[in-house]
Ligand binder design. Structure first.
Ligand code: GLY
Length: 263
């Protein structure tokens, strides 16, 4: 059974009214909460369509970026690791997620070092390894601590680099199947995907690189026809989901869920 594409569960969190204060690299406008909620509903419906159980958590007004639950944890078949987000305003989101994972997993551990920072958006799990991109949110201490924890569960971690100016490693790539990665050319040019088949994101559509493979479906942001056609030509079933409001906060498909099969 694939650990990187087949899942029985997902956790999402409904966006809060405070989303208007969410972090962003460049201000391209205030996110519209009701449109974001409509996109979120379509996202959750697509996850459920694959047969998975989706747990929708209540909005957290104290955490404007709380809808981006992926950054709070790494979920593996053996257990979950609670992250230590590198954005100070997001640190408390991890503690909010912990009890929900403890209710589902027998083993939940956490990144604890005061100098360790790591966000789930920088972590790509494939069938053979866990790739972690060092970024402005994820540092060497956080990666080293995670490496030690997942080694106890038999996983090999490889440190890579998130391109400068890119929020997270998975902002620029996603796993489509055990051997295939969709990637921007600026990321794959760094050589981190040697040994994988890479489908390049067409130039000008870099924002389409963040998709998710969830059971039999690829969920991708709407509005990127060249990337959509490249994924379809490669034989994948896909669903386009509106992402205009999350994109204003540098968020995408992977950011909106934790995807896992609890032990
Ligand atoms: N707005 C998502 C983040 O910066 O973490």
């Amino acid at each position: 059974m694939s650990v990187s594409t087949r899942f029985t569960h997902a956790i999402t969190r409904r966006p809060a009214a405070s989303i208007t204060r969410g972090l962003r690299a460049v201000d391209t406008g205030t996110p519209d909460l009701s449109l974001m909620q409509a996109h979120h509903d379509a996202y959750v419906a697509a996850l459920r369509e694959t047969g998975a159980t989706v747990i929708e958590l209540a909005p957290l007004d104290a955490y404007p970026d709380g809808v981006f639950v992926e950054d709070t944890a790494l979920c593996l078949p053996q257990g979950a690791v609670i992250m230590r987000p590198g954005a100070p305003s997001r640190l408390g989101e991890a503690a909010e997620m912990a009890p929900h994972l403890r209710a589902l997993y027998a083993q939940v551990v956490q990144i604890t070092g005061s100098d360790s920072f790591i966000e789930g958006g920088d972590i790509l799990v494939t069938e053979k390894e866990i790739l972690v991109g060092r970024s402005a949110r994820t540092n060497a201490a956080g990666i080293a601590e995670l490496s030690g924890l997942v080694a106890l569960w038999g996983h090999r971690l490889r440190e890579v680099h998130t391109p400068p100016g890119v929020l997270h490693f998975k902002t620029d790539c996603s796993l489509l199947d055990a051997d295939t990665i969709l990637s921007t050319q600026r990321l794959s040019a760094l050589g981190c995907f040697d040994g994988y088949r890479v489908i390049p994101v067409p130039e000008g559509e870099e924002a389409a690189a963040n998709t998710i493979r969830f059971n039999d479906l690829i969920l991708m942001p709407a509005g990127f026809p060249k990337t959509r056609d490249a994924i379809a030509r490669a034989g994948f079933a896909l669903r386009e989901i509106g992402n205009s409001e999350c994109a204003k906060l540098d968020g995408g498909m992977s950011c909106l869920s934790l995807r896992f099969t609890p032990s």
